[in-house]
Design a protein around this ligand. Structure first.
Ligand code: R5P
Length: 314
């Protein structure tokens, strides 16, 4: 087995390589002055089972090109199998025609990855499970729910009697229910956002009883932080005792860390290391990072040994 890291998430790649006791292959992935990506793999990969680790996080297009061009280099170097390990699959929110004359970019990205020569994809908490069907190659979608469950139990010192899991929108109910089930079947609440008419401000209804509960918002992506902060305020208004959030992919664009910091309603945000945290995120005292390195390393080990990956979640 060979592990190769793109430039998007060096820390996570190193953590995965430590857990697998396999060093990262010697490769140069760099950008010329005009912005073109150039890749040089400095060791033999002929006949190897290669795992290329790269999140298509910000800057999404540069990281995507690195993934594609490195895959091309590996194909031309006769690797026997290439698994694109994409801890955060960017463009996933563009998974349908949102309006007339708009693209389905998630499908285009899936096509590009396949055309570049990837034989399989390994990813984590896809925005929508059905994106797996955009790939005509085997795609394993891992769930980071166990990692978050463990962190929730630590935060509550094992006493989860007053915990309610909250989905911040109707689309995230299945994900939130999975966490609630793992937390001894704690109740579920749903934030129902709707705009009554054009130009009118958004109304947030809470479906479920959150009074005197410690609410845990569970989501796949935090980007601007707007969804989380608004949901947290609505929950506090409905009598929640506290609100914290557990989100797999910390996109956290622009001033999101500041916004999280300034929210009176939100006590804490936990994100995974699927996206490498920039300085403002690592420095934010309200944001914690939970690692998915062990989850990814175990899945890689199982794929390499042709073992079941789904049984990781039994
Ligand atoms: C939406 O469907 C996603 O699950 C997230 O809730 C959304 O992308 C978060 O975006 P933001 O943090 O910008 O509100």
């Amino acid at each position: 087995m060979k592990l190769i890291a793109g430039n998007s998430n060096r820390r996570l790649s190193e953590a995965i390589s430590e857990r697998l006791a396999t060093s990262l292959a010697n490769a140069d992935i760099r950008t010329f002055k005009d912005g073109e990506v150039f890749v040089e793999i400095h060791e033999n990969v002929r006949g190897e089972d290669v795992f290329l680790i790269q999140s298509t996080s910000n800057p999404a297009n540069d990281h995507l090109m690195e993934l594609l061009i490195t895959t091309d280099a590996l194909t031309r170097a006769s690797a026997s199998r290439i698994t694109a390990v994409i801890p955060y699959f960017g463009y996933a929110r563009q998974d349908r025609k949102a309006g007339p004359r708009t693209p389905i970019s998630a499908k285009l990205v899936a096509n590009l990855i396949t055309t570049a020569g990837a034989d399989r994809v390994l990813t984590v908490d896809l925005h929508a499970g059905q994106i797996q069907g955009f790939f005509d190659i085997p795609t394993d979608n891992l769930y980071a729910v166990k990692e978050f469950e463990q962190r929730v139990r630590e935060h509550h010192n094992g006493d989860i009697g007053h915990v309610t899991v909250v989905s911040p929108d109707v689309g995230g109910v299945v994900r939130a229910r999975a966490l609630a089930k793992r937390l001894n079947g704690r109740p579920l609440a749903i934030v129902d956002k709707r705009r009554e008419g054009p130009g009118q401000s958004e109304v947030m209804n809470i479906i479920g009883d959150v009074k005197d509960q410690h609410c845990l918002i569970f989501d796949d992506i935090v980007d601007s932080g707007g969804t989380l902060c608004n949901a947290a305020s609505a929950l506090i208004d409905k009598g929640a005792k506290s609100v914290s959030a557990y989100v797999t992919h910390g996109v956290l664009s622009d001033n999101a860390a500041d916004r999280i910091m300034q929210s009176d309603a939100l006590t804490r945000l936990v994100v995974s290391d699927s996206i490498e945290a920039p300085q403002d995120v690592s420095d934010c005292p309200k944001i914690e990072i939970v690692s998915i390195a062990t989850l990814l390393a175990e899945a890689i080990r199982r794929i390499a040994n042709e073992e079941s990956v789904s049984s990781l979640f039994d």
